[in-house]
Design a binder for this molecule. Structure first.
Ligand code: PMP
Length: 304
């Protein structure tokens, strides 16, 4: 990743990709306290468009607030940084990684509040769980690792350190030959994937876990809206793993994962073991929205 041509927005300046480095005594590298986002821009007939940029930037600032981190840039400046990296890197579509981290000014648990740095990087990135995953669905395994508890780490913050738990779960699942992990919360109820929210469909009704230990996904929120437009209600409730086993359909959502059907959990086929009909409708509606093909969702797009 480090050896590429291009530019990264780093503390207000566009820096050559290879020079966007930091010191080994960087606080966040040691303790994991930082906040980040995953954002995408898609190619549209009007050029590259960033999907729900304001919402991502708002979540970035909320994550920082939760962790007591004060960002030295305004939301408008961060939004402009996203546009700048698309333009300067001549990207048609991309994945963005905005991140705020503490610098190397002082080590020790409490970092100095005036040592916060911000980057926004962008590069082309295809389907996170593979094109086959998008079309045919993925195989998922319930993780032996439990998802965060609301009072251990802060679940509403998209915080760097929270992802150690995701990495443990995802590596376990992929090592065992699955494409993704499903994590349960401390009470044993379904929480989310390592980087995705989950939806299950049974008898024409759509269910998703309520917002306790899972991240308040922006794609999750998008699906609520699209489902409503297609006449479906999304019910937020506690879901057990065996409810997923007997679901007619299930899918993951995330900026990276987009809308990825789940065709199997723990060796049990979900429904017919392929992308189900309601998932197909919502997935198509999602791709139409992000690609600027549905006029009523134009307000979700920021043209570059
Ligand atoms: N849960 C976790 C743990 C995630 O990392 C992500 C990706 N940001 C999501 C859910 C989905 O969030 P979003 O739809 O906002 O990308």
């Amino acid at each position: 990743m480090a050896d590429r041509d291009g530019f990264i927005w780093y503390d207000g300046k566009l820096v050559d990709w290879r020079d966007a480095t930091t010191h080994v005594l960087t606080h966040t590298l040691h303790y994991g306290l930082g906040v980040f986002e995953g954002v995408r821009a898609y190619e549209t007939s009007q050029g590259p468009a960033i999907f729900r940029l304001d919402d991502h930037t708002e979540r970035l600032f909320n994550s920082a607030k939760i962790l007591g981190m004060s960002l030295p840039f305004s939301k408008e400046e961060i939004n402009e940084a996203h546009k700048a990296v698309v333009r300067e890197n001549k990207l048609k579509s991309c994945y963005f990684r905005p991140m705020a981290f503490y610098g190397s000014g002082k080590l020790g648990i409490a970092p100095p509040s005036n040592d916060v740095h911000v980057i926004v990087a962008a590069w082309p990135w295809g389907a996170y769980l593979g094109d086959d995953g998008i079309n045919k669905g993925i195989r998922v395994k319930t993780s032996s690792f439990t998802r965060h508890h609301v009072n251990v780490t802060m679940c509403k913050a998209k915080a760097n350190g929270n992802y150690m738990n995701s990495i443990l779960a995802n590596s376990e699942a992929t090592r065992d030959g699955y494409e993704e992990a499903l994590l349960l919360d401390v009470d044993g109820y379904v929480a989310e994937g390592s980087g995705e929210n989950i939806f299950v469909i049974r008898k024409g009704k759509i269910y998703t876990p309520d917002l306790t230990s899972c991240l308040a996904g922006i794609t999750r929120d998008t699906i609520f809206q699209l489902a409503k437009e297609h006449g479906y209600e999304v019910i937020e409730k506690r879901i057990t793993r065996d409810e997923v086993y007997i679901a007619d359909e299930a899918f993951f959502t995330g900026t990276a994962a987009e809308v990825t059907p789940i065709r199997e959990l723990d060796g049990r086929a979900i429904g017919d073991g392929k992308r189900g009909p309601i998932t197909t409708v919502l997935q198509a509606a999602y791709f139409a929205a992000v690609k600027g093909e549905s006029a009523q969702h134009a307000h979700w797009l920021t043209l570059v």
